[in-house]
Design a protein around this ligand. Structure first.
Ligand SMILES: Cc1cc2nc3c(=O)[nH]c(=O)nc-3n(C[C@H](O)[C@H](O)[C@H](O)COP(=O)(O)OP(=O)(O)OC[C@H]3O[C@@H](n4cnc5c(N)ncnc54)[C@H](O)[C@@H]3O)c2cc1C
Length: 387
């Protein structure tokens, strides 16, 4: 098919979901119109130079690329030069700085011991609360895994601040695996491929969108009413918004970032968590440490705190507790009745998605559309079920 031959496809949102779908469809010969409500592309991965310090800032919070998916890794490397980057996070708890995720160093420092791996494993097993046979809540799960001291020092306060409720109100499923390592590995992610785009994520997304078949319209929200005339719509906009909040707003946590600058090196690492409940923020990000190949005298940091999202706030983390899941089921039923519209991405499917999962799903979604449209078959409302 040559560009311009058929009706265009509309995409709501110029984040990773929208950009990957747009590029895949444009390369297959479709005309694509991408609508973005903000004044920039790249969605929540957006990066920009700080005007005062020149440091590359992760505007909506720190983003580290990590994946085991070789095709996704090839995809991002096609559009940006990636530099090796390993995420090593520290946490301040009870007046001391520890290594995260909780590992042998953390355990030895916290308990003032010099355990070898097997000794630490046996020691922590002795701390674990064995009276909890089937943990139902996050708190029970943590106590069953690591016992009260580590739970209170590293998980309780941080989780309360992040989710705005006691961990005894959160489901055990949030803490799926044993959150402790019995070696000195402090690499935050296990994935084979990890890195940072040298110039940030926004130029990478710009390169994806740079195709003669793609037109991008910034500061142009797209809504259900604008669908007519398009062959298909892919929406990475919030699912509840699309349907005019028919069943109320799906709950999100939002983030506040308090910017401050510092001459020199403020904290010696990119991310410092604050685990104590009486410190109001969850972490401080010092952005220049995400680009250690650059050199800046000045530094810019974001002090981050979480709270319930109001109607005018940016939605960050979907809450997905019992109430929200019931609402989501209602929206999913509405979406199933929608014609020529597919809901994608973190807002369109109301799920937390890492960037690599977002890209994988966007590639799969665009390819399914190419198959379905060639066969004259309808496209489903969701390629990955949100529930
Ligand atoms: C604080 C935080 C930290 C994260 N850190 C990491 C990390 O370290 N590693 C990792 O892999 N992932 C991370 N993620 C996840 C990452 O942000 C997502 O994977 C990614 O943003 C999903 O892309 P998306 O296109 O689906 O959504 P988004 O990036 O949210 O893009 C959706 C776009 O749609 C636009 N939009 C909304 N409504 C409309 C409308 N009506 N019309 C037009 N446009 C609209 C929005 O403005 C936005 O630009 C993090 C997420 C958060 C919240």
């Amino acid at each position: 098919m040559s560009v311009g031959q058929s009706r265009a496809i509309a995409i709501a949102g110029a984040g990773l979901s929208g950009a990957v779908i747009a590029r895949t469809l444009a390369e297959a010969g479709h005309r694509v119109e991408v609508f973005e409500s903000r004044d920039h592309i790249a969605g929540n991965c957006h990066t920009a130079r700080d005007g005062e310090t020149g440091v590359l800032v992760h505007v909506y919070g720190p983003h580290i690329f990590h994946t085991d998916d070789a095709e996704v890794w090839d995809t991002v490397n096609r559009f940006a030069r990636f530099r090796p980057y390993r995420n090593r996070v520290k946490t301040t708890s009870g007046g001391q700085v520890y290594s995260l995720p909780v590992n042998l160093h953390t355990i030895n420092q916290f308990f003032g011991r010099t355990f070898r791996p097997d000794e630490a494993r046996a020691f922590i097993a002795g701390k674990a609360d064995r009276t909890i046979a089937e943990p139902v809540t996050f708190e029970e799960q943590a106590l069953a895994f690591v016992g009260r001291e580590l739970y209170e020092a590293f998980f309780k306060g941080y989780t309360e601040k992040q989710w705005g409720c006691p961990p005894s109100d959160l489901p055990a499923s949030i803490l799926k695996r044993l959150p402790v390592r019995f070696n000195y590995d402090d690499d935050y992610f296990f994935h084979r491929f990890q890195g940072m785009p040298e110039e940030g994520y926004t130029p990478m997304v710009a390169a994806m969108l740079d195709h003669p078949g793609i037109a991008v319209h910034l500061q142009t929200p797209f809504s259900r009413g604008g669908r007519d005339g398009y062959a298909h719509v892919f929406s990475s906009a919030p699912l509840d918004n699309w349907f005019g909040m028919a069943y109320g707003s799906l709950g999100y946590r939002t983030l506040d970032f308090e910017r401050f600058t510092f001459e020199g090196d403020y904290q010696g690492c990119a991310v410092m968590n604050y685990a104590d409940a009486d410190v109001p923020y969850t972490r401080i990000t010092e952005h220049k440490h995400f680009a250690p190949w650059e050199s800046h005298d000045g530094s810019v940091c974001y002090r981050e705190s979480a709270r319930a999202a109001g109607p005018d706030d940016i939605p960050y983390y979907p809450i997905r507790l019992v109430r929200e899941k019931a609402q989501l089921a209602q929206y999913v039923a509405l979406a199933a009745g929608e014609t020529a519209t597919t809901f994608v991405g973190r807002l369109g499917t109301y799920r937390y998605l890492d960037m690599d999962v977002t890209i994988r799903e966007a590639l799969d979604c665009a390819r399914l559309y190419l198959q379905k449209s060639a066969a004259g078959e309808p496209m489903p409302a969701f390629v990955t079920p949100p529930l």
